[in-house]
Design a protein. Sequence first.
Lengths: 99, 298
Amino acid sequence: MKRPKVKKWTEPKTIKDYPMGSTCDSDHLTSINAGWRTFRPVINYDKCVNCLRCFLVCPDGVIDKSGEKLEIDYDYCKGCGVCEYECRPRAIDMVKEEK
Amino acid sequence: MNQKLNARTITNKELFYGHKACGGCGEALAVRLAMKVLGERTFASLPAGCMSAVSFIYPNMAFTSNAIITPFASTGAVAAGVAAGLKALGIEDTHSVGFAGDGGTADIGLQALSGAIDRNDDIIYFCNDNEAYMNTGIQKSGLTPYGTRTTTSPAGENLPGSITMKKNMFEIVAAHGIAYAATASIGYLEDFMKKVQKAKDIKGTSYIHVFAPCPTGWGHESNIAVSLAKQAVDCGLWYLAEYENGEFTLNKNPKEFSSVEDYLKVQGRFKHLEDRDIEIIKNHRDTKWKKMRRDWVR
Ligand SMILES: Cc1ncc(C[n+]2csc(CCOP(=O)(O)OP(=O)(O)O)c2C)c(N)n1
Ligand code: SF4
Ligand code: SF4
Ligand code: SF4
Ligand SMILES: [Mg+2]
């Protein structure tokens, strides 16, 4: 999976541990978004024609096209369903998340 | 020199990732794809608004390149300052970009943008138009269309929601004689990316006004965000156009419009509209298109 990864973050203990000014590193993710999801998009590879429409339209960019098959980064997918709605061959199913 | 930009040709690398925008956020998609076209050597300036609020949540940072939050009114000025700084330091092959909302552009940020265009500063300015001040809870802006229910333009017995039409922001920008300006929609993503590439290649100020649905503020299902943005263009309530070398061009000129009612009825913000309000909306659309077809089609 070629997607930015969540980083380990420990809350600074004293004021000295905070960076100067209101700056922080870019590409610095300290929490994931998976908990936002009610439904999880699942790609049915038998139906997928690899048109990459889902990769293009995902507002969160969580569909990775670098591998042989498309891969969804479930750490950051919010389950919005745009990919499923836009997939013409209906190769994506929105499956209810179990607690 | 440019290859066609589409899902296959654009980079797999994400430069705007892990943000906390609502699911199905149209602005987030616009920023994501714009960043892909512009590349890693991009310096982004974002005023107060949803896109800064969802990506700079300390210690989270969703941009993988340099980015800064500007005072609300100052996107154009800060982006211009960044461009001047890069030049002074001799840092080449970079882009200074502003990503502001409709409120941040058409209302409070208008003078800073106007100044940047007047100086022809080398920046690319994006107006992410979700037709209201969303980050503070859906207030009417100068780009909120007629008949929209917002918290400051409530709908009821006396008023149909907002009673003003959208400001002609694209024409206001063009009237400066800007190097390049375009309108776009997240419903037509290849067209949008092509325009970002054009803006990237042009020296001087460029402006891209991108129509971007907001499931939370518009009251629609998150999964239709992209299709709704396409519908807006197809029913004539938004349009795709460019201004270049002093000339306007209408990029898409449909023979027939799709149904305005179908576009309005899936959105909570328009649920209250009566037939007479929809007539006002259609008449305004027809007047605008008559002018555009007369003057912008060659
Ligand atoms: C000078 C100033 N006035 C008001 C605010 C409060 N404020 C923050 S974001 C925002 C709304 C932004 O709306 P818009 O520009 O349309 O962007 P959106 O959130 O819709 O993406 C407002 C009013 C502020 N931060 N600074
Ligand atoms: S949109 Fe559907 S068919 Fe196209 S690549 Fe995605 S899953 Fe496959
Ligand atoms: S459900 Fe939404 S966030 Fe998840 S992959 Fe599909 S478009 Fe992306
Ligand atoms: S309120 Fe609207 S614009 Fe703001 S993050 Fe949510 S969907 Fe996006
Ligand atoms: Mg807005």
